[in-house]
Design a protein around this ligand. Structure first.
Ligand code: R5P
Length: 311
């Protein structure tokens, strides 16, 4: 789908797809009618990445598309190397489209640490590499993004994700597995035209074990429950919510999360908890079949259209 861009923005705009771009760079370039360059990429014998831009960036509005999973640290380094090259060679503006932003959950000062916060450090380093704007989707929280010196835009990933769910699920009920997912649940319930509830979750800081602090009082018998979240990592949060939904007599339980990291035995865990389907998006590479394409929304966010309000 083509997105209208001001004429002067098309001239000299270049999209660079990084090695972890998951095909999104190509789609964004096509949607915006911008020139595309696939970044050169080799892994050296010692494991270091060699990335480069085989295009003229001088005076151009450069958009680098690079997600940051799997192998978060490598993806971030590659992004910074590409941005630095664009900066040195005279790009007029450097936007990083980071569909999944790693370290976004590392947004607190822990006792064992000093005052440093990991997501702040990452955002400072991205700025130092020359990145002047960031476009991302479903960040864990919005507030920590203010550590970035430049402009931040958040693409609406919930609409394409839940529209995909809507194609399959009748008589839904939306369940947020924790307070942090309340806004996503509210948005999803509007799209699905149904009710929603929020579970009060707690996670043990040492073991990572998830348990329910507050059970919502809901009648979900004969409902098809859709658990919604920004991401699934180990699957503990989703599995705990699914067990709750099952215990309340839900007819079926599926999960829809923007970023499907699905680490370790997450798939098995979700299956054992009674999840019959996993819906996600293409912010990262994932071999689940129910994937919604969010490239149109990332493209729109690159030109400041359809962005989620920053509160
Ligand atoms: C937490 O607040 C996030 O929104 C997710 O619920 C959480 O990070 C998912 O992690 P896991 O799948 O390991 O429970």
């Amino acid at each position: 789908m083509k997105i209208d861009t001001p004429k002067d923005q098309n001239h000299g705009a270049l999209v660079i797809e990084g090695p972890c771009g998951n095909g999104l760079g190509e789609r964004i370039a096509s949607n915006l009618d911008y020139e595309l360059c696939i970044a050169r990429h080799n892994v050296l014998p010692d494991g270091e990445s060699e990335v480069g831009i085989d295009a003229n960036v001088n005076g151009k509005n450069v958009i680098i598309v690079q997600s940051t999973f799997p192998n978060q640290d490598k993806c971030l380094i590659e992004l910074m190397i590409l941005a630095d090259e664009a900066r040195i060679n005279g790009a007029s503006k450097i936007t990083a489209v980071i569909p999944y932003l790693a370290y976004a959950r590392e947004d607190q000062k822990y006792k064992v640490k000093s005052n440093a916060v990991s997501i702040d450090a990452i955002l400072h380093m991205l700025g130092a590499a020359g990145i002047t704007a960031i476009v991302t989707a479903a960040p864990h929280k919005i507030k920590p993004l203010s550590s970035f010196a430049g402009d931040v835009s958040i693409a609406d990933a919930i609409v394409p994700l839940i529209e995909r769910v809507k194609e399959d699920i009748e008589d839904p009920f939306v369940l947020a597995p924790d307070k942090g997912a309340s806004e996503i649940a509210k948005h999803a319930a509007q799209i699905l035209n149904c009710d929603y509830a929020v579970i009060g979750k707690q996670r043990d800081k040492i073991t990572g074990e998830v348990s329910i602090l507050n059970k919502p009082d809901v009648d979900i018998k004969r409902k098809n429950v859709v658990i919604v979240d920004d991401m699934i990592a180990t699957g503990s949060t989703t599995a705990t919510a699914a067990e709750f939904a099952r215990a309340q007599g839900a007819k079926s339980v599926v999960v829809a999360a923007v970023h499907l990291l699905l680490v370790k035995d997450a798939r098995e865990r979700l299956k054992n908890a009674g999840i019959s389907e996993i819906y996600g998006t293409n912010t990262i590479r994932c071999d689940t079949s129910k994937i919604a394409d969010i490239s149109e929304f990332l493209s729109a966010a690159c030109v400041k259209k359809n962005v989620v309000a920053l509160r």
